[in-house]
Design a protein around this ligand. Sequence first.
Ligand SMILES: Nc1ncnc2c1ncn2[C@@H]1O[C@H](COP(=O)(O)OP(=O)(O)OP(=O)(O)O)[C@@H](O)[C@H]1O
Ligand SMILES: [Mg+2]
Length: 434
Amino acid sequence: MAGIVTTIKDLVVLVQFDSDSPEVDEIIVADNERQTQLLVDHLNPGGMAFCLNVRSDHSLLKGDSVQRTHKGIEIPVGEITIGRILNALGDPLDGQDPITGDDVRYKDILKLPPRSNNFSVSKPEILETGIKVIDFLTPFVKGRKIGVIGGAGVGKTVTTMELINNTAKGDGSLSFFSGIGERIREGHELWDTLRENDLLKNTCMFFAQMNENPVQRSLVGISATAAAEYFRDEKHQDILFFADNMYRYIQARNELSTILDQVPNEGGYESTVFSDVKVLQDRLSSNENGSITSVQTIYVPADDISDPAVQFIQHEMDSIIVLSRKVAEQGQRPAVDLIQTNSSLLTPEIVGERHYVLSVQVQALLQKYESLKGIIAIIGENELSPADRADYAKAKKLITNFSQNMNVMTKHNGVPGEFFSREETLKSIEEIII
Ligand SMILES: Nc1ncnc2c1ncn2[C@@H]1O[C@H](COP(=O)(O)OP(=O)(O)OP(=O)(O)O)[C@@H](O)[C@H]1O
Ligand SMILES: [Mg+2]
């Protein structure tokens, strides 16, 4: 028995089924020329399916009949997708051949993989990023998550691109990139960067930028995750995963909840949004089959780091690189706030005794620098004790030492990029503070 479209309100479509109701997360298809696809969001007991018009197809009419497909959103996965750019629904965006054929494998993006229970953590493996401040304060550990967080224009995208550039080259592991709700041109820039560095052959990209509807913006991170899971679970590979910007995922989920007429919760966010984020973050993890190492940018609306969504995603990360407008204005690149940036992976077991002890000394010196700055503002630098003055000078040197030129900026500013091994970074810091 077909369903009948009873209400169309923006992207929300209500379809009445008198029998054989569809499942939640099933795609149902209208009997019209465009075969409008609707995603079942939830059902009420009377057989009314609350659906989302995934492609914003306006040809759908009230009274149209709709058929079940018994399938969810299925995207192509596997080798055939490597080097390609796809949208949230798995359609190519790169103008190249369609991804079809008998040997193409498909994966339902909303179907959760089986939970693994017997995953034992192997010895942590540090991947060098070549970016001094990151390798020193927020070690990039295989299978873990780094959040790059900051307000508009402070360098989240540039930092992420540099991380892709510097880490993806290393061991030739597969990278997935998910562009969520950001500027369209950034997709082109990323593609250019990957091509210039011969990284396209190891990368698959998914985009739903700010011009796309909230359904696709809310799905694209999930599609990229599902594609990465395939390689982790079926091919037992280690994966690098980059998302710009995870905040836009929350925003899109929130837009959808609002149009689906739920009651808003604390801080202007719908409560279900946070459980959605949790589900996605749990999928972006490592298991006995392979690892997913992720870098996720997090936009901070109105530079307000206490925003509930920002706080929530932060807690899902192992390391947080905080980028700050104040630091950027001082000409420091990357504009990392050295005090707020933190990592639960900065332990002697992971980074080693030498690095760990040095990091404790650096943090103490930076804290002292902050308080000395306040004193200097009142009494002037000359009034400090010789020891304080020496520490103040050391801290200043240290901060400057954390500035470096990025490879991905070279084509914009003509300045060659720099890459430092962790050993070089540690040495440069020891030379300053010991
Ligand atoms: N490490 C860097 N070195 C040199 N310039 C940089 C660096 N990081 C950022 N910039 C400059 O700042 C601009 C904005 O950076 P970026 O696009 O990365 O910000 P964003 O945090 O991603 O902003 P949005 O929230 O708008 O996406 C860049 O176009 C570049 O000019
Ligand atoms: Mg950006």
